[in-house]
Ligand binder design. Structure first.
Ligand code: HEC
Ligand code: HEC
Length: 344
C-alpha cells in the first residue's frame, strides 16, 4: 500500500509537470544561444551567383543608403526613404545579440504578427522595416534586392535549426520603472551620453563619403518614422541600454534602467516622419504593445500614458480584457510577441 501510494504520488507530480509544459513533454525544442554563436565568414563565399547574391545582401544591410537610398542614381532603385543603414540598428550587419540580430531568423518565418494581424513571411518583415525604420517603400518580391536580403539572412542562419528557440534574439528588455518616463531628465542623459556622436540636434554625422552616416540621426527628417518599432519607448530603451553608447554590449550596460527609460522618452518626443494609416496596425487591438504611441487602444488609458508609462497598470488591464475575451499575445512587446522563438 505504501509503495502503491508512493507511485501514485510520483505519477501525479509527473502529470502536473507534463501539463505545465503545455503537453509537449519529450520533445524539447533546440535552443541556440546567439551570445555564443559565430556567424559564417563572408570571405569564404565564392565568386559565383550564390556567393555574389549573399554579398549583395550584406551590402544592402550594411551600406543601405548607397545601394537603395533616396539619392541613388536610378530612381526606380530608391526604396529606402532615409539614409540610414539596416545595420545602424541591426548592429554588425545583423550579428550582434540583443540588437535584433538577423541570425536564425530564417527558420522563424512564416509567423503570426499582431501588427499585421496575419501570418507574415520573411519578405513581409523585411518590407515592414523598409516602410517604417527606413521610411521607404516595399521591395517587389522577386526583385534582386529582396532575393539578396533573403539569401543573406539564410546564409547568416547557417547551422541554426528551423524553429529553434533563440537566446539573444530581439532586444533585452529593461525592467521599466513604475513611474512616468521623464523626457526632461532624458535630455540630460542624452547630453551626457549621446550628443557627442548623434549631435545636440539629433541629426547625426554624415559619412565622409557617399550617402549614409558615421553616426545616424535619431530624429528629424532623415530617420525612422513614427510607425517604427524604435519609436516605442520600451523598444528604444531596451536597444539603448544594451547597445549604446556605441560599443556597449548587453552584458556590460552603461546606462541604468532609469536612464534608458528617460532617454528613450526624450527620443520618442522628437519630430520625425509620419507614417500614414497607422490606425490599421494591430487589427486585434489587445495585441498592441502597451507602449504603442498611436491609437486606437483596447483600453481606456490616455495616449500619453501609452507613450510614457507607467506601463504596469496598462499591462494589468490588458491582461483582464484578454482573459475576458480569450485573446492570445495581448499587450506583448512586438519583438517578443512571436513567442515561438524568443527565450525571455
Ligand atoms: C531604426 C532601427 C531599424 C532599422 C534602420 C532597421 N530595423 Fe529591422 N527591426 C528594428 C526593430 C526595433 C525590430 C524589432 C521588432 C520591432 O519592434 O519592430 C526589427 C526587426 C526586424 C526583423 C525581424 C527580426 C526578428 O527577430 O524577427 C527583420 C528581418 C528586419 N528588422 C530587417 C530589417 C532590414 C532588412 C532593414 C533595412 C532595410 C532594417 N530591418 C532596418 C529596427 C530597425
Ligand atoms: C561613440 C558614439 C556614439 C554614442 C556616444 C552613442 N551612439 Fe548611438 N549609435 C552610434 C553609431 C555609430 C550607431 C550606428 C551603429 C552602426 O551603424 O554600426 C548608433 C545607433 C544608434 C541607434 C539606432 C540607429 C538610429 O538611427 O536610431 C539609436 C537609437 C542610438 N544609437 C541611440 C543612442 C543613445 C540614446 C545614446 C546615448 C545613451 C547613444 N546612441 C550614444 C554611435 C554612438
Amino acid at each position: 500500500m505504501k509503495h502503491a501510494s508512493g507511485y501514485f504520488f510520483a505519477g501525479m507530480v509527473l502529470a502536473a509537470a507534463l501539463l505545465a509544459s503545455s503537453g509537449l513533454p519529450a520533445r524539447d525544442l533546440v535552443t541556440v544561444n546567439l551570445t555564443e554563436w559565430s556567424p559564417p565568414d563572408l570571405a569564404a563565399l565564392g565568386d559565383d551567383p550564390y556567393g555574389r547574391t549573399v554579398k549583395y545582401g550584406h551590402a544592402l544591410v550594411s551600406d543601405t543608403a548607397n545601394q537603395i537610398g533616396p539619392t541613388v542614381a536610378d530612381p526606380r532603385r530608391r526604396f529606402s526613404g532615409n539614409n540610414l543603414a539596416c545595420q545602424n540598428c541591426h548592429l554588425r550587419a545583423g550579428t550582434q545579440p540583443y540588437a535584433m540580430p538577423l541570425i536564425g531568423i530564417w527558420g522563424q518565418f512564416p509567423q503570426y504578427r499582431g501588427r499585421e494581424g496575419e501570418v507574415v513571411t520573411l519578405e513581409d518583415r523585411v518590407n515592414g522595416c523598409l516602410e517604417r525604420s527606413m521610411n521607404g517603400r516595399p521591395l517587389p518580391l522577386g526583385s534582386p534586392e529582396m532575393k539578396a536580403f533573403l539569401a543573406y539572412i539564410k546564409w547568416l542562419s547557417t547551422g541554426v535549426p528551423d524553429g529553434a528557440k533563440l537566446i539573444g534574439a530581439g532586444t533585452m528588455l529593461i525592467r521599466d520603472p513604475a513611474r512616468t518616463a521623464d523626457p526632461r531628465r532624458g535630455a540630460a542623459v542624452y547630453a551626457n551620453n549621446c550628443s557627442v556622436c548623434h549631435g545636440v540636434d539629433g541629426a547625426g554625422q554624415r559619412a565622409a563619403q557617399g550617402a549614409g552616416y558615421q553616426f545616424p540621426p535619431l530624429w528629424g527628417a532623415d530617420t525612422y518614422n513614427n510607425g517604427a518599432g524604435m519609436n516605442r519607448l520600451l523598444t528604444a530603451a531596451a536597444f539603448t541600454k544594451h547597445n549604446m553608447p556605441f560599443g556597449t554590449t548587453f552584458n556590460s550596460p552603461v546606462l541604468t534602467d532609469d536612464d534608458a527609460y528617460d532617454v528613450a522618452a526624450y527620443l520618442i518626443s522628437q519630430r520625425r516622419p509620419q507614417k500614414r494609416d497607422l490606425a490599421k496596425d494591430y487589427p486585434t487591438r489587445l495585441q498592441k504593445p502597451v507602449d504603442t504611441g498611436y491609437g486606437p487602444h483596447a483600453d481606456a488609458f490616455s495616449l500619453e500614458q501609452h507613450k510614457f508609462g507607467p506601463f504596469e497598470p496598462i499591462r494589468a488591464r490588458v491582461k483582464e480584457l484578454a482573459a475576458a475575451s480569450g485573446t492570445a499575445h495581448a499587450g506583448a512587446p512586438d519583438h517578443v510577441s512571436d513567442e515561438t522563438h524568443r527565450v525571455k
